[in-house]
Design a protein around this ligand. Structure first.
Ligand SMILES: Nc1ncnc2c1ncn2[C@@H]1O[C@H](COP(=O)(O)OP(=O)(O)OP(=O)(O)O)[C@@H](O)[C@H]1O
Length: 246
């Protein structure tokens, strides 16, 4: 269980309180500048809140050593620099607890075709897939025990349709195993199909949170995103969102 109690950081996040059970996939949605990346950095322990507390498994995040945290918590940030011109294989081996890539990660991320290329020559989407792989490999032991906390900031940015779907299917499999995933992104349909819980942010605060279908109410979404959001029910279990300007 991850819980936040009245967490604030000046001019970026305002008094966020909420909890995410273990084994859940929580999607953080909201307009640009709403505070999603900042909230992820606070949950990751990379930013210290001005007020309030982040608890992981009932212990304040600042009571974990860096080593202890790195064993089970990983964070794919929106911007990540590659300082050295390594091959993908060399770069990945820095982060992994083992030398080989487990089949389930290769299946979802399909890295093998560019494994031996210099990392600075990858396309945007290929680079994003490598970043996600490095992030997950950092905690691969915890992932396989179902104990990982995985934080992802816009993991689909730059990915084609196939790789977006493969990625969300992987995430669904990881949460089924007990891992907790917190993902910030901008796709209402991915949230509708894959989130257990949605946190909807606006102006640094938590505008709504809870069960996906309840939070993703078209009227509420239209207000938060300042555009027209319509929901189309295709079948009883399947709906799609469409957005347009008024
Ligand atoms: N390092 C920083 N110092 C001060 N303010 C910052 C910093 N980084 C971001 N901000 C501001 O904090 C607010 C929240 O930014 P944040 O990056 O968390 O938004 P976001 O919801 O992730 O946005 P996006 O959808 O554009 O990625 C914004 O107003 C932003 O300009």
């Amino acid at each position: 269980m991850i819980s936040l109690h009245d967490v604030s950081i000046k001019q970026r996040v305002v008094s966020v309180t909420g909890s995410i059970p273990s084994g859940h996939s929580c999607h953080i949605l909201g307009p640009n500048g709403a505070g999603k990346s900042t909230l992820l950095s606070l949950i990751a322990g990379l930013l210290i809140p001005d007020t309030g507390q982040v608890l992981i498994r009932d212990a304040a995040i600042n009571t974990y050593s860096v080593d202890a945290l790195a064993q089970f918590r990983c964070f794919q940030q929106q911007q990540q620099n590659t300082a050295f011109n390594l091959t993908v294989k060399e770069s990945v081996s820095f982060f992994g607890q083992r030398l080989s890539i487990p089949d389930y990660l290769e299946h979802a991320l399909e890295i093998h075709t560019f494994m031996h290329r210099p990392i600075n020559q990858l396309s945007g989407g290929e680079m994003r897939r490598v970043q996600i792989l490095r992030c997950l490999l950092q905690v691969v032991g915890a992932l396989e025990r179902g104990e990982a906390l995985v934080l992802l900031d816009e993991p689909c940015q730059g990915l084609d349709y196939r790789h977006q779907l493969l990625l969300f299917e992987l995430f669904a499999q990881l949460t089924k195993q007990g891992n907790t995933l917190i993902i910030s992104h901008h796709d209402l349909n991915h949230a509708l199909h894959y989130a257990d819980t949605v946190w909807l942010m606006k102006d640094g605060g938590l505008h709504a949170s809870g069960n996906t279908k309840d939070v993703l109410d078209p009227l509420r979404l239209s207000e938060v995103f300042s555009c027209h959001v319509q929901r189309f029910d295709i079948t009883q279990d399947h709906a799609l969102f469409q957005t347009c300007l008024e």
